[in-house]
Design a protein around this ligand. Structure first.
Ligand SMILES: [Fe+2]
Length: 237
C-alpha cells in the first residue's frame, strides 16, 4: 500500500487536528479503557493524520489485523469476507471543516479514530472475526445477514459497556461523534442491558442519535453473543 500522506491538503490536516483535539477531551473519562490504550499504542495525535502502513505495523503486531482502503460503505459480502481474514476497510478521505459536527457517511476520522484503536483489543478483534465467520456461512440468507448487521451496529458502532461502576463507550460511531458521546450517557438517552433477541429485532437508524443503547455487563459478554448467534442460526438453517 502506498503512503497516503501526500493526498492530504491543508484543510484535511486542520479537520483532523480539530476533530482529534476536541474528541479526546470529550471522551477522556467516558471511553472504554482498552480504546484509550489502543490510541496510545498507535501513537495517534492531533498533528498527524495516520498513514495506513503505520497503523498496519502496530495492529498487525498486536492482534494480526490490517486495514485496507475503501471508498465508503461497502456491501456486506465483501465486508464480511475481508473481516474473516482480519482485514478492516477504512476510508482515506476526511470531511470538510463545515462538517465537523456531523457527517452521515463514514469518513477517515470515523474509521481510523473510532475503529482502529479497538482493533488492538483482543476481545473486540476476536469478536469481529467471529461475527464475520458466522456471516460468511450465511451470505445468501438475507435474514441472517441483517441480524448480524444489527449486532454489529449495536456493538462495534454504538455499544456501551459496564466498566467497574461506570458505563463506558466502546462503539466507534459514538467515539467519533462529539454530540453522541455526550448524549448517550446523558439522562435523555435510553440505555438497556444487551439482549441478543432484542438487538436482532431492533432496526437501526442512521440519520439521528440512537433511540436506545445496549449495554454489555462486560466486554467478555461478546463471547456469549457469538455462541448464541451461532446456535440460533444452526438450528434454523
Ligand atoms: Fe463504522
Amino acid at each position: 500500500m502506498q503512503a497516503n500522506a501526500l493526498m492530504f491538503c491543508a484543510e484535511d490536516r486542520l479537520v483532523w487536528d480539530q476533530l482529534f483535539t476536541r474528541q479526546i477531551k470529550t471522551i477522556e473519562h467516558v471511553s472504554y479503557a482498552p480504546f484509550k490504550k489502543g490510541l496510545e499504542a498507535l501513537g495517534f495525535h492531533a498533528g498527524h493524520i495516520p498513514r495506513f502502513e503505520e497503523i498496519n505495523e502496530t495492529i498487525g503486531q498486536l492482534t494480526g489485523w490490517q486495514i485496507y482502503p475503501v471508498p465508503g460503505l461497502i456491501d456486506n459480502r465483501h465486508f464480511f469476507e475481508q473481516m474473516m481474514g482480519r482485514r478492516f476497510g477504512s476510508t482515506q478521505w476526511l470531511r470538510k471543516l463545515s462538517q465537523l459536527d456531523y457527517l452521515e457517511e463514514p469518513d477517515m476520522f470515523h474509521d481510523v479514530f473510532g475503529h482502529i484503536p479497538l482493533l488492538t483489543d483482543p476481545a473486540i478483534a476476536e469478536f469481529l472475526e467471529g461475527l464475520a465467520n458466522v456471516a460468511n456461512k450465511h451470505l445468501d440468507n438475507e435474514e441472517v445477514i441483517e441480524a448480524i448487521a444489527r449486532i454489529y451496529w449495536y456493538t462495534v458502532e454504538f455499544g456501551l459497556v459496564q466498566e467497574g461502576t461506570k458505563i463506558k463507550i466502546y462503539g466507534a460511531g459514538i467515539l467519533s461523534s462529539i454530540g453522541e458521546s455526550d448524549f448517550c450517557l446523558s439522562v435523555r438517552a435510553n440505555r438497556i442491558p444487551f439482549d441478543l433477541e432484542k438487538v436482532i429485532d431492533t432496526p437501526y437508524v442512521k440519520d439521528k442519535f440512537q433511540e436506545q443503547y445496549f449495554v454489555l455487563y462486560s466486554i467478555t459478554q461478546l463471547k456469549n453473543v457469538l455462541k448464541n448467534l451461532e446456535m440460533k442460526y444452526k438450528i434454523n438453517n
